[in-house]
Unconditional design. Structure first.
Length: 135
């Protein structure tokens, strides 16, 4: 998958084990290691919090700031779901990011969207947004 030109990746993971999604340490470690594996430079340690809101909305939320970007993770253990975003002004290996996240959270299914935000592209936005559903 081509993610050149300031990619913005969103990943909706489903079918993840509850214990992985509820593990604040796992999410912290994921956010600490992922930027380095993708060649992004962290600016600080990740900030990760347990969210105790309404039923089925409880989970773990974390973010790490990296040079020219951020990576965020929001988990919903009761739903077996995680929402992840990598916003970058530098190229990174989107396929590698997807594979690392799928493996770390043991997702059974996912939907991937990449927006290539390169201002030099002339294609209309709807041609640059490529939703993908994998089963």
């Amino acid at each position: 998958m081509d993610a050149s030109g300031n990619p913005h990746l969103t990943l909706d993971l489903t079918g993840c084990p509850v214990e992985k999604l509820a593990d604040i340490g796992l999410i912290f470690n994921l956010l600490e290691e992922l930027p380095l594996k993708l060649g992004l430079v962290p600016l600080a340690t990740p900030s990760v919090f347990r969210y105790n809101g309404k039923a089925e909305e409880e989970g773990v939320t974390g973010v790490v700031l990296v040079e020219d970007a951020h990576i965020s993770v929001h988990t919903f253990p009761d739903r077996g779901r995680a929402l992840i975003e990598i916003f970058s002004c530098r190229d990174f290996a989107a396929d590698q990011a997807r594979e690392l996240l799928l493996a770390a959270l043991e997702a059974k299914d996912h939907e991937l969207t990449i927006i290539n935000r390169n201002p030099e592209l002339t294609a209309p936005l709807e041609e640059r947004v490529r939703p993908r559903v994998y089963h």
